[in-house]
Write a protein that binds this ligand. Structure first.
Ligand code: NAP
Length: 305
């Protein structure tokens, strides 16, 4: 049985990862402010903005694999508190990379498509990043620190959606719950991305762990689209009124932080390593619909404490 330490276990990725992993493995999930109850895995509460905290744990817990999902992921909060963003998004992964290298632990560090400025699109792993805001800058610095401290670490640049414990952590939840409430909402027509369903992302990450991949991989859907189109596809799939989603340019919105316009990324390197293409949007959304039909969103929210 493999022992996994997962940070950010209460987050959108972390909870889905821990639930799937715990079916066959020993899992210790780290949370901060969001309490979890009745989980089929062990939960530890800690504020990891002090990067020294994992020092003791790693020696005590001796995990075989660390999957580092915790981050200060709110873009506007990062702009307001750049020092805290650096502590969580840069210093913490650096510490985990140092400790995993020292103790022979496999490390998967989760990063972001936002390391690119979005001017070009179709980004490959060898393209030069140019992060636009504090979140992206601190995440890129985190990637660089991880690879400098542990050349065997795997870095997955991701973008994903799905079901969270709060019901409000993902873009699909934003669209579904506004559509359900018959509420008008904005859909950005000038922001392109390649989101994977989080459950597909979990499957892919676990294959990457088994293959012991290391280095940088773009871990997103093989198909990219704009956020307005993503919302419309969800509305149509769930038989909601797609006209509630109003096409808007992000440049005309009141968001504080700069957004990268075209974060489409090539998944060729990862598809070659896996031996199969990454799921496209239809595959992800069909699986999302099936999960809703099976009551998965309600089940996952029962873990919220
Ligand atoms: N969602 C996306 O589409 C997307 C896109 C690009 C990259 N990413 C990356 O993917 C990873 C997972 O993202 P996510 O969407 O799952 O994030 P999320 O839902 O915002 O969750 C963030 C997690 O980090 C934890 N955390 C935050 N500050 C902490 C602290 N001081 N100490 C300990 N834990 C702390 C949170 O704990 P509490 O909730 O318990 O406070 C939560 O479990 C992150 O590295 C993010 O940068 C996500």
């Amino acid at each position: 049985m493999t022992r996994f330490l997962v940070t950010g276990a209460s987050g959108l990725l972390g909870i889905n990862l821990c639930l799937q992993l715990s079916a066959e493995n020993e899992v210790i999930g780290v949370v901060h402010q969001q309490k979890l109850v009745k989980t089929p895995f062990t939960v530890v509460e800690a504020d990891l903005s002090d990067a020294k905290i994992p020092l003791n744990w790693i020696e005590d817990l001796k995990p075989d694999v660390i999957i580092h999902c915790a981050a200060m992921a709110n873009i506007d909060a990062c702009e307001k508190d750049p020092e805290k963003a650096k502590q969580i998004n840069t210093d913490l992964p650096e510490m985990l990379a140092f400790l995993s290298h020292k103790n022979g632990i496999q490390l998967i560090h989760v990063s972001t498509d936002a390391v690119f400025d979005g001017a070009k699109g179709d980004y490959r792993e060898e393209d030069q990043p140019n992060p636009l805001g504090v979140y992206a800058q601190t995440k890129l610095a985190g990637e660089q620190a991880v690879l400098a401290a542990n050349a065997d670490a795997l870095i997955a640049r991701v973008n994903f959606y799905g079901c969270s414990v709060t019901g409000s952590r993902s873009l699909s939840e934003f669209f579904i719950y506004n559509l359900l409430a018959n509420q008008e909402m904005m859909g950005f027509t000038d922001v392109f991305f390649c989101p994977l369903l989080v459950n597909d992302l979990v499957d892919v990450l676990l294959k990457m762990v088994n293959l012991r991949l290391h280095g940088l991989y773009h871990t997103v859907s093989s198909e990219c689209l704009n956020k307005y189109e993503f919302g419309r596809r969800i509305a149509n799939l769930f038989n909601f009124n797609a006209d509630l989603i109003k096409p808007v340019k992000v440049s005309e919105s009141d968001l504080v932080a700069v957004r990268s316009p075209n974060l489409s990324m090539s998944t060729e390197k990862l598809a070659n390593a896996l031996g199969n293409p990454l799921p496209d949007q239809q595959a992800g959304l069909d699986r999302l619909k099936k999960l809703y039909d099976q009551g998965y969103p309600q089940r996952i929210r029962l873990f919220s404490g």
